[in-house]
Structures are given as C-alpha cells and as structure tokens.
Design a protein around this ligand. Sequence first.
Ligand code: ATP
Ligand code: MG
Length: 788
Amino acid sequence: MAARPAPYLEGLNPAQRQAVEALDGPVLMLAGAGTGKTKALTARIAHLLNSGRAFPSQILAVTFTNKAAREMKLRVGGYLGEAVEGMPWLGTFHSISAKLLRRHAELVGLKSSFTILDSDDQLRLLKQLIAATNIDEKRWPARLLAGIIDQWKNHAWTPEQVPAREASAFNNRGTEIYAAYQDRLKTLNACDFGDLLLHCIRIFQVHPDVLETYQTRFRYILVDEYQDTNIAQYLWLRLLAGGHKNICCVGDDDQSIYGWRGAEVGNILRFERDFPGATVVRLEQNYRSTPHILAAAGQVIAGNEGRLGKTLWTEAETGEKVRLIGHWDGEEEARWIGEQIEDLQRGTRGLAPFALNQMAILVRASHQMRAFEDRFLTIGLPYRVIGGPRFYERMEIRDAMAYFRLAVSPGDDLAFERVVNTPKRGLGSETQKKIQRIARVNGVPLVQGAAMAIEAGEIKGKGAAQLRRLIENIARWNHSVSGTFTPSTVSNDELIIDDEDVGVAARVFESGASAESHIELAEQILEESGYTEMWLNDKTPEAPGRLDNLKELVKALESFENIQGFLEHIALVMDNDSDGSVDKVSIMTLHGSKGLEFPVVFLPGWEDGLFPSQRSMDETGSKGLEEERRLAYVGITRAEQLCTISFAANRRVYGQWQAQMPSRFVDELPADHVDILTPPGLYGGGGMAATMAQSSVEDRAMRADAYNSPGWRRFQAAQSRPAAQPRQASKMVIDGTALPVFEEGARVFHTKFGYGRVASVDGDKLFVEFEKSGPRHIVARFVVPADQ
Ligand code: ATP
Ligand code: MG
C-alpha cells in the first residue's frame, strides 16, 4: 500500500510536484498568474526540511514583501507542525540584507547599530548637499537626484563605478554629489535602502571568506517573483548561489512591473544560461480565477509583443463576466464601489456574502486612494490602506519616530534636525545654523554641537534652557534604551555626550536611569519631549486624530522586544497590515498587489493618462505602455470570482478637474467576457443628478463643459458600444470621436427628459417618445443608449 503523501504534497499537480521534488541543482518555474508558483515554492521549503535535506538555517528564501514572507513562514510551520525547530531565512532582499549587514557592518565602515534612512531622510540629506553646490534646487530638485542615485544603486554602481556615459546626470554633478552623499551616510552611521544590498555585495566581493561562509551555509536558495529582480539583486543572488547552485527561482515574464525601478525581465530569460542544466518547469493550470477573468486578462496581455507566451486553463466554473462601468467623476466611482461592497457583504446579487477581507480596490496611483478613504470614512466602512500614504509616513508618526531614533542613536543628525524645534523651543533657523556650524567645525554630531554651543555662550536665554533640557533628555533616554536593549549592540561611543566637552550631560548619568519597559519608555519620551502636549494644546481639527495615531504607535511597540527592533521593522516593513485579523476592505496600489489574491477585486480609474500613466503614453516606443499592460494583467489576475473595472469622465487630480478618456486597455477587453453596467449617475438615483443639484453655479458650468468634452463623449461611446451592437449599423464621427448611431425603436436616455424610445431618425436629429415627458426632437449626442 502506498504511503500517504506528506501534507504539503497533497493536491499538487504533476508539474508542481516536479518543481517541489527536483532538489538538486538549479530550478526555474516559469508560469502565468495563479498557477501555484508560490504554493509550490512553499511546499519545496517544507519538503527540504521534511526530507532532512537541510536545516532551517540552511535555507534562504526571498519573497517580494514582508507580508508574503510571514505567510510563507506560517504555511511551512503549518505543514510541519512542531517537527522543525527554528526557521529558514525568509524575507525580502532588503530585510535579509539588513540582517546580514548588521553582522558585518564594520567591513564597510558602519557600526552594527546603523540607521536605515527612509525616502524623506534621504531627500533632506540630498537637499543639504545640493545646497552646498551652486546648483539651483528649483531646476534640479533633490527628488530627481534621489531617483538617479536609486537607479545607479539598482545597477549596483558605487560612485566610482558609475559609467562615463552617466557623467552628465544632474547638471554634470550627479556622481560628485552621489559620492558626497555616501560619505555623509557613513558619518551618520546610516544607509539607505539601496545600500543594504550594495554593502552586502561589496562585502561578498571584497571578503571571499565571508562569502564562502554564506555560500556554504545557504544550501538551498529560493526566490519568488524573480521577474522583478534588478541587477543588484541579481548579483547578490549569483554570489550567494555560487557554491551549491541549488537555486530555485519562480516568476512570470508577463508580471514584470518594476522596470521603472531597474528590474530586468532579462534575468528570468537568462536563467538557463546563468545556471546551466537547470530544470525548467512550466505550470499551466490556473487555480485562482474564473474563465471569464482569465480570458479578459489573457486578451489584454496579448497586446504585448515579445512575450514568452503561455497557456493558461482552469477547471473553475464560468462565474460572472468581468464588469465594466463608467462614472461621471471619481467621487461617484468611489460612492458606487462603496455601495457595491456593502451589497456584496450582505450577499445580494445571488452570490454568497463576502467578508470585507475578501475584497480589494487596486489603484494605479496612490492619489486615487483619497476618494475611497473619504467615502468609506463617511459611510463607516472599515478599510485598510496597504502601501500608499501610510500610517508611518504621517507627520506626527515621523516626529515621534525621530525622538525614538534619537533615544537609540543620539548622533542621528537627521532625527535631531527634525525635532530640535518641534515642539517650538525658541530655536530659530539662525540658532540651528550655529549648531550646525559648531558641529561641523568640531566634527561631532549635532546634539553634541548643540551642547558645545550652549557652553560657549552662543545660545542664550530661554532657547538655551530648553535646548539644554532636550539634550539632557536625549542622554537619559539613550541610557534607558540601553537598559531595555541587548547590551552588545550599544557601544559606549553611542553615548556621545562627553562631560569633558560640555559638562551638560554628566549630571544626567549621576541621576541614574531605570530600565523601564520599552513601552513606558516610549510614552515617557513623547511626554518629556513636550510632543504629546504640543498636540494636546493644538486647536486644529486634526489634532485629536494625531493624538490617536500616537497612541496607536505606542501600541504597535507592544509586539517588539525593544525600540531598536521596532525602528528596524518600520524602516523595512512599510506596509501597515498589522491588523490583518480585523475584517476590512483593502485599498492598495496595483504594484503592491503582486502575488496576492482576493475573491472580489475593483479596478478603478482605467483612464488614459492615469492608467496607462501619462508618462508611459508620452514615451517614445512601447516599453512603458507594455509595462502598464502587464500591470493591467496583474490587476485582473488578482481576482478570483468578481472583477470590476471602472473609469470616470472627470477626475479631480491635485485640485484640478480634468476630462478623462477611458483607458485604451478598456478597448482591449474582450466583449464576450465583459458585462457593461449602467452608470448610476446617468440613470437616476442619487448619483450625478443629486451632485448637479448641490453644486455651485461655476461648478455646474464647469460640469456642463465637461459634458461636451471629448472625454465625456468617448465615455458615452464606450458605454454604448456593446449594448448597442445589435442595432448599431455604423458610427458617425463628431470631432474625431465616434458616437453611436441610433435606429428606430432604440431605447435611449436623456439626462433631463429621462427614458424614451426613438420614433424616427433624421441625420443627427432624433424624434424621441419620452416615457415621462412626451415626444421631442433631440440632437443625437445628447442621449445615450439604454437597456431595452
Ligand atoms: P502569482 O503569479 O499571482 O503570484 P502564483 O502562481 O504564485 O500566482 P499561487 O498564489 O501560488 O499562484 O496560487 C494561486 C491559488 O491557487 C492559491 O489560492 C493556491 O492555494 C491555489 N493552488 C495552487 N496550486 C493548487 C493545487 N494544485 N490545487 C489546488 N489549489 C491550488
Ligand atoms: Mg505568487
């Protein structure tokens, strides 16, 4: 009698099993969305452990998000139960690199307590460096340089390695400022995201003994979403896999969506050359989506050239067609989606009720999120934003974190600058410049420069007293942090305040600090700094919300052992998904949705200029557009049962109304697999009519204008296309926009007169019998086709 297969092998199809069981040598799993690549990868980890091929510490698995890593850990744990002690190295390129770098920081001139900068810190630093050159920051903004440096780091170029062809970057000063930036980072004992990988690569290249240790240790390497690795990540992998060559990569060339960040889909195509003798496994059965959803996604992606091309099939029941709907504007789109979600939650539409956790809204640009957040707050629909403008990027959270960072590393100048005068301590920009000068002249961190400035009498009065208190506080917090902290990671030189220099801090240490829990300490820091009080005294409407957020922040600390660990987590895990157990709708970007799946998916904002993005449309060549199309493919294939695509005729982007055209991707959807829904604003209900009635005169004029805009007309045309197909003989063109031609007997709708039936046609004039308001002559473009 055959033994029952191990639980992780149950139900796998033969190709998946092959990928799981081919343990020796390189393996490439190349397959379309939802074919179980990630599932097979997870099973492979379980199999490696269960078969005794490797101890957990000998497995290195790279996932695309921290969330995916957590899920994988849970699954493997679930398969093997108590059987395995310890856990594999499972995480993103960044989190694994951070772990490696903490162990070997000194090899690249850092201390193991280095800070990981986020993009805000990075920009501030670059601004300072740009200001020190004579470049006009208005023409050459720091953000541009940050992007350039990121790209260079994605190519694994140190300042010396940036090729000559890049010499003209940033007004010919790019490489020079890049070098200065790296120097500053080193002085600050900090690194940015790109450095996490670059430093590791450097360590591996310069210290073969270290590389060999890890090559020997990691007997098995596994990589999910391989199509999105950039050159630096590729080098990093090749170095680590160079020993055993037991590397298993999975990916899908159609889902490569990070080209703009330097990802090279070529990596996946080159795999067999890089790793000769690789076993290549192709999976074709999709287990995620209904046939309609697959067909729609397949048709859209077919518009790209140079694909490897894959077959996908499913045994799933036909299910619902992909739904397509146009709206008057973005607000209405949000309102309609809110209503749909509530309906689906109640279980109307003949479908079983869906939990909020099973529904997601995937947007192209994070500015689209606001309309949904506003709407959902209004109707009390619980939601979580994953990625986008995140919790940890809010002002009060960043301020509070700057205080925590100072407590951990008083020499963190960026944090010091952020909060030295927040709350107000009477330290204007002149005083701050003085502090910076003294610090620079003496080659010490700002906090120490500040202490010296006080001693030297350069800062006087109330400001001096307050600054002194801040410095004393920082020293005391730092002392307390060490008490709640693994001692080995804090060296004494972290306590930069030296009583020989200034005499300010000496008293602090005499007073002694108790090692309270890190949560109490965090509260204490926010109180003693005056930060909580600042918001308590603030009378603006946002203040209570900010205080709530601060409470939330302290609560988030509970799941960490110390403040240091928390800061590390925040630097790496920017997705605010700690409340995964609560039932909420997810709002996230298409980019952030990679690898995920939801029974119900809404894809709003399918409009030219938004999706595909304006930038991709302006580009010469089709590279940008093809990447957007892959993003559309990723979006549609996240859906299991119900996928709804929508677009609006008008959208307010950064305060400006714009008339929008439906996305070219809408035109690429296969009519047989799509249901066109009736826009609520056009056909009565609260929608547009109500909005029109409430709006001001100018607003109405603007809206009326938008009615005549090409965007609106094309929107109408798109609306009518499939519905009108049977009775639509031809299209006539007005101002280059195709409009439907009506025939006798067609049912139509007019915003003022309601529904009616066409009695006769004379060119572009119709004679319509309106159901409520009687017969009228109407110009054809003022009506839209309606269902029979
Ligand atoms: P993506 O390209 O979007 O990352 P993927 O190829 O990684 O997709 P998975 O997320 O691993 O696909 O799997 C998609 C869904 O199909 C999951 O819900 C998974 O549990 C299910 N699945 C995969 N393989 C099987 C199988 N052999 N039997 C039943 N369900 C499966
Ligand atoms: Mg996957």
